[in-house]
Design a protein around this ligand. Structure first.
Ligand code: HEC
Length: 294
């Protein structure tokens, strides 16, 4: 009897703590998640998907796309960079001298290589990076110096990391990105590229359709399976379908036939185009556009 109670207590604690860890804690943290506000704007994020794109999420799920693709961009950190956006009354040569004058100063010594490289062959084109990948303190100091010298500058925050260097996104993925996803399909294997921002990277619906029908017609040597059953090959009637996919010769159907996407393919592409994780948020900041004008 004693052991029975012991087993029961141990089992209850083990199951109870995992329920707290896997169900309760995430629900408390994210269950009440609301729309996020885009940094320096009154816009909210994310926007609700269209009906087609919402159905497309289920097509993505049904076809196992998440087995080969992730929807999560990682970052190693954020840094500041200072861009020179206006020279004021200075000439480029004068500015170069000004930079030279900074080099011996103790606070800029550890930036001296970078500063020398940045202005070695510079011919006055703007915007020009003065300091890249630096901390806020140095960025502010440099901005003050540039202002005192009568120049205009802009300090930019940006995220960096291997995923971002590959062009998969501009910042890390955060919970808000998945607010309208049901289910959330983070994925864990990257046989293909990350798709968190594919709607921005590959915004052409026709290319998306062509890629789904014949991946190798878009990316030579692609190992992605072709999803031909999402398309219909049919005889061209009196007028060709406006939806017909344009294909290079070697992938085109027999003469007199055309490849027309089924509703599922169109919904899937609508979903892919809705994947646009490209706005700055409080928890993942970056400076979106450089407002620099020479
Ligand atoms: C067996 C693995 C596999 C599956 C399953 C798969 N893909 Fe891919 N996918 C790849 C590979 C590999 C690439 C890179 C080569 C290329 O662009 O075709 C890729 C590329 C892509 C690209 C282009 C990405 C870019 O950055 O250019 C998109 C979009 C895409 N896949 C969507 C899908 C969708 C939607 C599905 C489900 C219908 C799917 N994939 C299923 C392996 C896969």
């Amino acid at each position: 009897m004693k052991t029975g109670l012991g087993v029961f207590i141990v089992a209850a604690v083990a199951l109870g703590s995992s329920w707290c860890g896997f169900v309760l804690a995430p629900t408390l943290q994210l269950g009440g998640a609301k729309l996020a506000t885009v940094l320096n704007s009154t816009d909210t994020y994310p926007t609700q998907r269209t009906g087609d794109a919402t159905l497309g999420l289920q097509i993505y799920r049904a076809n196992g796309c998440a087995a080969c693709h992730t929807e999560q961009v990682r970052q190693d950190g954020v840094a500041c960079e200072v861009l020179l956006t206006g020279l004021g009354k200075n000439q480029p040569e004068e500015f170069k001298k000004f930079v030279q004058s900074l080099l011996p100063l103790p606070e800029w010594q550890h930036h001296s290589k970078e500063l020398t490289a940045a202005f070695k062959d510079w011919n006055g084109t703007l915007p020009q990076v003065v300091l890249g990948k630096t901390d806020k303190e140095s960025a502010d100091k440099m901005a003050d110096l540039l202002k005192a010298a009568g120049c205009k500058s802009e300090t930019r925050i940006y995220a960096f990391g291997t995923d971002i260097a590959r062009g998969w996104g501009v910042r890390r993925s955060v919970a808000a990105d998945f607010l309208y996803d049901n289910p959330v399909q983070l994925g864990s294997l990257r046989a293909g590229p990350d798709l968190a921002n594919i709607g921005v990277r590959l915004a052409d619906a026709n290319v998306q359709l062509q890629h789904l029908y014949a991946p190798q017609s878009v990316a030579k040597n692609s190992t992605m399976p072709a999803f031909r059953y999402l398309f219909e090959i049919r005889k061209i009637g009196s007028t060709p379908s406006p939806d017909a996919v344009t294909l290079p010769k070697e992938f085109a159907p027999a003469a007199g036939c055309e490849v027309v996407p089924k509703t599922e393919a169109k919904q899937l592409v609508a979903y892919l185009l809705s994947l646009r994780a490209n706005v700055p948020l409080y928890e993942a900041p970056f400076t979106p556009v450089i407002s620099a004008k020479p």
